[in-house]
Design a protein around this ligand. Sequence first.
Ligand code: SF4
Length: 346
Amino acid sequence: MIRKEVYGAIDRLVSSSVHKEDLKLLLSLTEADEVNYLHAAACSVRNEFCKKRIALRALIEISSICTNSCRYCGLNRYNRDACRYSLTEEQILECVSYAADQGYRTVVLQSGEDNRDADSIANLIVSIKRSFPVAVTLSLGERTYEEYKEWRKTGADRYLLRIESTDELLYQSMHTDRTLSSRLKCLEDLQSLTYQTGSGIMVGFPGQTISTIADDIMFFNEKQFDMLGIGPFIPHPQTPFSGCDPGDLILTLNTLAVTRLVTRYPWMPSTTALGSLHGDHRIDGLMAGTNVIMPNFTPSHYKSQYEIYPDKQSETENEERLHLIAQKSSLSIDKGRCDSLLPRRL
Ligand code: SF4
């Protein structure tokens, strides 16, 4: 049975009337009928504003070296057991070529904050753009305004930088030597440089509450990001949070659904973390309003070494499996560029 207040909260969000109390109510749902109703409402908003499709992006993890020390991440610089690698430009171009041959029109270059020389990244972007008809998304962490500017000028289209939490204290508990304000500044820089910009959060991090998640969703609404990545917290054994519980699946799915209802247009991945939480829940993510899958094109030898959290889902997706996922979610596959759908961008 679905309570009247749940219908009311969803109706208000669908008509763009956003109140924190409604977000908190919907995030807290656990009863199956109400959860299913919320997720179905998110899917109809996605289908109306983004069409009934899954955008495929080719993910290439170009380096597992990191100078940062995010306390939840297996690649933080204090983890001496982490395997470190850095792909050469030639290796990266091979991965891009393989993805482009398979029809992918977006590549996502992701790495730890490895201090790779900014000019070498710029040269890499030029080489990719010269040889392949693909959009380039970067996910390389916090860098200076000048570096972001140089990469945008040489052809980078998009940038992903998750905020992880907009709550100052929670952010501090996640990071030892970075601040919320520097992350906000980077996001502002990226948007001002006209990158299609993505952000997002982890769900279930120790200390996080329904109220802080609701604040994060209000922040997404205010900033109008082009992409939003939301996945469950998964504890890594070589971090201070090793003994903690992972993020709750239903809360993660509710967060995706409420974010979709509020923000409407973003490309939202069913994240690898969602595919690695006691089984593969990426279809559940799609049934809660997501619309992106990022098959991993990192050379197989290195894939398992990019270990932000343990037991990461990293098997190579074959076409058959992707089509099965699409079919089960009543969506079609789109390997095109799938640029931002925000009205101000069109
Ligand atoms: S989350 Fe990214 S920046 Fe932070 S330690 Fe891990 S790889 Fe480095």
